[in-house]
Design a protein around this ligand. Structure first.
Ligand code: AMP
Ligand code: ZN
Length: 135
């Protein structure tokens, strides 16, 4: 039995604020964002981290990052972004399913990596703003 949180999100067993999905990759809002629109982009096939997955899975993941980054930026009028991955507990990895953090940044808003705790309604509104802006 697969007890992975992100596999359950992909399967829809645990709700998420979905931004994008195709046959290989899933993207949804981080529940504790460090910036407005902080998105997690994950491969559908389970691997603990980037190098435990296949090279093909890594390529598919970063193709989607390449595709989504400008779309999210435009939708939210972001001016910059950080991309991050944590590999292993000592690096701060909490969820052991490969994921890319995409963190939009905004002129005049200081960059922080401190987690915020918006309401579900606030997250839903940001997800909607991104989806609308991506159309
Ligand atoms: P990491 O520390 O790189 O493993 O990051 C895991 C991320 O998953 C953290 O930023 C969490 O806020 C985020 N997270 C944990 N549970 C959920 C969830 N149910 N929905 C969305 N994001 C989550
Ligand atoms: Zn998983």
């Amino acid at each position: 039995m697969n007890d992975c949180l992100f596999c359950k999100i992909i399967e829809g067993e645990i709700p998420s604020h979905k931004i994008y999905e195709d046959d290989k990759v899933f993207a949804f809002l981080d529940i504790s964002p460090v910036s407005k629109g902080h998105t997690l982009i994950i491969p559908k096939s389970h691997s603990e981290n980037l190098t435990q997955g296949t090279e093909e899975s890594a390529a598919d993941l970063f193709k989607t990052v390449h595709h989504l980054a400008p779309k999210i930026m435009t939708a939210l009028e972001a001016t910059a972004y950080n991309i991050g991955m944590n590999h292993g507990a000592d690096a701060g990895q909490l969820v052991f399913h490969t994921h890319v953090h995409f963190m939009p940044r905004y002129a005049g808003i200081p960059r922080t990596f401190e987690k915020q705790h918006p309401s579900q309604e606030e997250l839903a509104a940001v997800a909607e703003e991104i989806r609308q802006g991506m159309e």
